[in-house]
Design a protein around this ligand. Structure first.
Ligand code: ASP
Length: 331
């Protein structure tokens, strides 16, 4: 059952709109009630998406959504595109491989170009941490961060939180083990902040070479031994080895990594008997996760994560464009 959002403190509301953010750049910018509010909004879309053959709502009709992806994506790009289309926006995808970025255009010039097209909302993915915030600063419409370098992937953390809430009922006291290449993972950074803000006990489980320094600052307790990190976990979230971000050798070999940190049925047995298995994708089967675990019909929530991705992105696109649409109380 979805939780009702805690009423925002009056200090949160005084002199401001109910959702006081123009952009969605980082989970660190959101208060716990704002996260719960977005989850509740998405819950409605999750139900609507499952319930009807005709999924259009069209509240963004006449608005232009540009998806500017400077880094590869399958799930995130597709689900932002589906989300925008279900809300009736004119959705345009700009892939970096075919854009002027390849010809040496600067980020600021790209931002100015996107702005000149009078977009109403821009979704950006970029390989450099902070690049999305830089573009957000230069454009006149809301910007959603679809992943910037190692830094943040806020809609991934929100969709993961929604999946957990639907399966586990809430977050208070829930033990969530985030395992694998935590160092290079924006998914891990966003999730640690998000789940800790919602009251979960978050563990970062990684080899010493793949553990970020001061991970406690992000709300997680570090574990360098997989078995210890999994003990009593309610949720086991696996991460891909982000080879494209590795500069040097962080693990002896993929085989050795799987032996020590791969999620196999035997390892999963160390967690709680009903522990939920999650993975943001793309998965490297046989490296961080075995197929038996990934495809487990009851324990794996991996396809549900993808499903919740559409609902969360619909909620975020709706909420962030409300001011421009003049929705009461959002100016
Ligand atoms: N799809 C996620 C991301 O964009 C996770 C991954 O690539 O491993 O960060």
């Amino acid at each position: 059952m979805p939780q009702t959002p805690a009423a925002p403190a009056s200090s949160d509301l005084s002199g401001r709109a109910l959702f006081p953010h123009r952009h969605l750049l980082s989970i660190a910018d959101l208060k716990p009630w704002e996260i719960r509010f977005l989850l509740d909004e998405a819950e409605q879309w999750a139900r609507a998406n499952r319930g009807h053959a005709r999924k259009h709502d069209d509240r963004l009709a006449g608005m232009t959504q540009i998806n500017a992806f400077f880094e590869n994506s399958t799930r995130t790009l597709l689900s932002f595109e589906i989300a925008g289309k279900r809300l009736g926006a004119d959705v345009v995808n700009m892939a970096a491989a075919t854009s002027s970025v390849k010809k040496g255009e600067t980020l600021i010039d790209t931002a100015m170009t996107l702005n000149a097209m009078s977009a109403d909302v821009i979704v950006i993915r970029h390989a450099s941490s902070g690049a999305v915030a830089l573009i957000a600063d230069k454009v006149d419409c809301p910007v959603l961060n679809a992943g910037d370098g190692w830094h943040q992937h806020p809609t991934q953390a929100l969709l993961d939180a929604l999946t957990i809430r639907r399966r586990k009922g809430g977050f208070e006291g829930l033990v969530v083990a985030i395992c694998g290449d935590v160092l290079h993972s924006r998914v891990a950074r966003s999730n640690m902040l998000c789940l800790a803000a919602l009251g979960a006990q978050v563990r970062a489980v990684a080899p010493p070479t793949l553990m970020p320094p001061q991970v406690e600052m992000l709300g997680a307790t570090p574990f360098t031994r997989m078995d210890e990190g999994l003990e009593g976990a309610d949720v086991v979230m696996m991460l891909r080895l982000q080879n494209e971000r590795m500069d040097g050798a962080f693990i002896p070999s993929a085989r050795e990594y799987h032996r020590l940190y791969g999620l196999t049925p035997e390892r999963l047995a160390i967690a709680k008997p009903d522990a939920l298995v999650m993975h943001p994708g793309p998965m490297n089967r046989g490296v961080e996760i075995s197929s038996t675990v990934a495809d487990h019909p009851d324990r794996s929530a991996i396809t549900e994560q993808v499903e919740m991705g559409v609902a969360i992105r619909m909620a975020c696109l709706d909420v962030l464009t409300r001011a421009a649409r003049g929705v009461e109380g959002w100016a």
